[in-house]
Design a protein around this ligand. Structure first.
Ligand code: 5GP
Length: 152
């Protein structure tokens, strides 16, 4: 349980994890504070991670001394999370753990310890339930494979 200052912090990596974090936080019975970051690793309309991560929205509060749970939508090459782990690790959190809804291990380029995975999926580009293509399809209630002819 939390004292006056809650030590547990759920960090949603926007925009893809928007719906997942909304469902997940309501399933956590103890007190937890939520912060939001927005990062971008894909170019506009692209389905390949560029490996260059840009922080579009930084943390609002401190994570020093806190147990941080990074909430991701999907881990593909792992480059985005690898960058984030380095960035957040430099801010003296007590611990950092990772939960991802989806995991595509086939395309991993860096070694990452993922603490909780919802589903392992094959190397297909998926949309819906927060996941986009070119900022579209996030509001679809289900997760679906995007037809390659729509982006090839
Ligand atoms: P990574 O850096 O691990 O290659 O990519 C992580 C980010 O790429 C995810 O947070 C997500 O925004 C995006 N991404 C990776 N695979 C997919 C996918 O199949 N569908 C969508 N919509 N985004 C993906």
């Amino acid at each position: 349980r939390c004292n006056a200052v809650c030590r547990h912090l759920g960090l949603s990596v926007l925009k893809g994890s928007l719906i997942f974090v909304a469902d997940l936080m309501r399933a956590i019975p103890s007190n937890v504070v939520i912060d939001l970051m927005e990062v971008s690793s894909y170019g506009g309309g692209n389905t390949e991670s560029s490996g260059t991560v840009r922080i579009l929205k930084d943390l609002s509060g401190t994570i020093e001394g806190r147990d941080v749970l990074i909430v991701e939508d999907i881990i593909d090459t792992g480059l985005t999370l690898n960058y984030l782990m380095g960035y957040l690790g430099g801010k003296s959190p007590r611990s950092i753990r990772i939960v991802t809804l989806l995991n595509k291990p086939a395309r991993r380029l860096v070694d990452l310890k993922v603490d909780w995975t919802g589903f392992e999926i094959p190397d297909k580009f998926v949309v819906g339930y927060g996941l986009d293509f070119n900022d579209q399809y996030r509001n679809w209630p289900d997760i679906a494979v995007l037809k390659p002819e729509l982006y090839a």
